[in-house]
Design a protein around this ligand. Structure first.
Ligand code: UDP
Length: 242
């Protein structure tokens, strides 16, 4: 089936936010090449359907600045280490996409010309238009931010129609569904309601950026095969924050 024959995509240009932990597989830290390859396969399916994809990858499977700062490290230095961790993950993803012959580029907000292009907005857009997946590494390139904020900023910059936040839970609940049997899932929730109900969608900087720029965020369980496809087709998966 060609891209033209596919059913309409609800979201054509998307920003997929992948937490670093998604590359761990069953490990307690680091990168599991098999899990990374599975993720690349899943993403390549929506690319084949005509989706334009930018990925912001986190680094929590390797290093988190805040955690190191809490143990006495200088926060700025620790955050730069965290950003470098995201670059390592980006390279692991690049490797996985290349193995399955999916065109891909890595752009980094910290200059690392031997391994990645610098982040250039217009060039990132051009890559997507040409059918390449763009992996955006090193967050926003500054300490005291998270990759959720990078996802929000880049999504707005590249004109993404939505941020797809890949998680292990299938959406946002009134309370922690693991601890409370009576927790209720939101299928849709406005930014104002999310604030009122004190729901943790993203950190506050990312949240404000998305709200001010009318960027929908879809929180969904990425680890159930086929879910990503359903999300881009606009099926009722996860929670839409709008
Ligand atoms: N980080 C940063 N600036 C950014 C993005 C990330 O300083 O713009 C650092 C920060 O220390 C963070 C680490 O990189 O803890 C890894 O990113 P994050 O915690 O967002 O990764 P995730 O939880 O998504 O795996």
């Amino acid at each position: 089936m060609t891209a033209q024959e596919q059913p309409e995509l609800k979201y054509k240009r998307i920003l997929l936010k992948l937490g670093g932990e998604s590359l761990m597989g069953r490990r307690s830290h680091g990168v599991d090449p098999e899990a990374t390859l599975r993720i690349a396969r899943e993403i390549s399916e929506i690319q084949a359907m005509g989706a334009e994809i930018a990925i912001v990858v986190g680094g929590g499977n390797i290093f988190r600045g805040m955690a190191a700062a809490a143990k006495g490290m200088d926060r700025g230095t620790a955050d730069y280490m965290g950003m470098l961790a995201t670059l390592m993950n980006a390279l692991a993803l690049h490797d996985a996409f290349s193995k399955i012959h999916v065109p891909v580029r890595v752009q980094s907000a910290i200059n690392a010309p031997q391994v990645a292009e610098p982040y250039i907005r217009q060039k990132a857009i051009r890559h997507m238009e040409k059918g390449r997946i763009v992996i955006l590494a090193s967050g926003v390139g500054s300490p005291y931010f998270t990759t959720d904020t990078a996802a929000a900023l880049r999504a707005v910059e590249i004109g993404a129609e939505a941020i797809l936040k890949a998680t292990k839970v299938d959406g946002i609940y009134t309370k922690d569904p693991k601890k409370h049997a009576d927790a209720i899932k939101y299928h849709k929730v406005s930014y104002d309601q999310a604030l009122k109900d004190k729901l943790r969608v993203m950190d506050m900087t990312a949240f404000a950026m998305c709200r001010d720029n009318h960027m929908p965020v879809i929180v969904f369980d990425f680890f159930t095969p086929g879910n990503l496809k359903k999300v881009v087709h606009g099926k009722k998966i996860g929670t839409v924050v709008y």
